[in-house]
Design a protein around this ligand. Structure first.
Ligand code: NAP
Length: 246
């Protein structure tokens, strides 16, 4: 159980982040449901959590922005006094072959997926180090582990997250803070709905288990990493991918 814990999930208005928020709340954590543009969807996540007897609040913040993230963390700490579990889940794609990839599409993906996690960890670091406990879970991707044609920006951001995870894990280990990365494979969400049927077919053929994963598959692992059962695990990258990375 996560009773008494405060969890902050970035990009929790839909998809994997929503499922993580709902799962952590179902175990008793008070959950900050962060979103960027989808206010209605985020408020709906909060309503669903409350209907299930949990506690949550939706807070807007563009994690790609250093100052906004700092103000967001300040607001959360003023009200809740601490964050025990930080899940850096917010992510975007701007897929294209590198020859056609614009600088803006490269920067947008890096700023959201990688710098967003840096902002959240940096702004919460003083609080985490003072409390001498905590769980940080960064949502990477098999794209960051294996690379993926057409996703140079996304793969770079997700591989960067793995480096960030390992370095911060080393910095925070003696203070009782675990930092791990989860690398989902091909998961059924809005992000993958945009793919063409051909791309979906090709991706599915690369999965030994033979089917797409669900947001719940990812949330169940995050729940484990957020709880006491993972106290001796840090700096790891755990794939939830039906065997894609074997
Ligand atoms: P999704 O359905 O597209 O949801 C993305 C979430 O990120 C939304 O809640 C969105 O909020 C939020 N977000 C985007 N930019 C943001 C920003 N600048 N600040 C704050 N929030 C922001 O994606 P998903 O499939 O659930 O993916 C969640 C995470 O898992 C991502 O990091 C993704 O890279 C990773 N992942 C997904 C898959 C997959 O197959 N789906 C595989 C591997 C890894 P708004 O709508 O409010 O902007």
């Amino acid at each position: 159980m996560l009773t008494g814990k405060v969890a902050l999930v970035t990009g929790a208005s839909r998809g994997i982040g929503k499922e993580i928020a709902m799962t952590l709340a179902a175990q008793g954590a008070v959950v900050i449901v962060n979103y960027n543009g989808s206010k209605e969807a985020a408020c709906e996540v909060v309503s669903q959590i409350e209907q299930n007897g949990g506690s949550a609040e939706a807070i807007q913040c563009n994690v790609a922005n250093f100052g906004e993230s700092e103000a967001f963390v300040k607001q959360v700490l003023e009200k809740y006094k601490k964050v025990d579990i930080l899940v850096n889940n917010a992510g975007v794609t701007r897929d294209n072959l590198i020859m056609r990839m614009s600088e803006q599409d490269y920067d947008t993906v890096l700023d959201t997926n990688l710098k967003g996690a840096f902002h959240m960890i940096k702004h919460l670091s003083r609080s985490f180090l003072k409390q001498r406990s905590g769980k940080i879970i960064n949502i990477s991707s098999v794209s960051g582990v294996l690379g993926n044609a057409g996703q140079a920006n996304y793969s770079a951001s997700k591989a960067g997250l793995i480096g960030l995870t390992k370095s911060v894990a080393r910095e925070f280990a003696v203070r009782g803070i675990n930092v791990n990365a989860v690398a989902p494979g091909f998961i059924d969400t809005d992000m993958t709905k945009e793919l063409s049927q051909d791309a979906k077919k090709e991706l599915s053929s690369m999965i030994p288990i033979g089917k797409m994963g669900t947001a719940k598959d990812v949330a169940d692992l995050v729940l484990f990493l957020a709880g006491e059962g993972s106290d001796y695990i840090t700096g790891q990258v755990i794939c939830v991918d039906g065997g894609m990375c074997i």
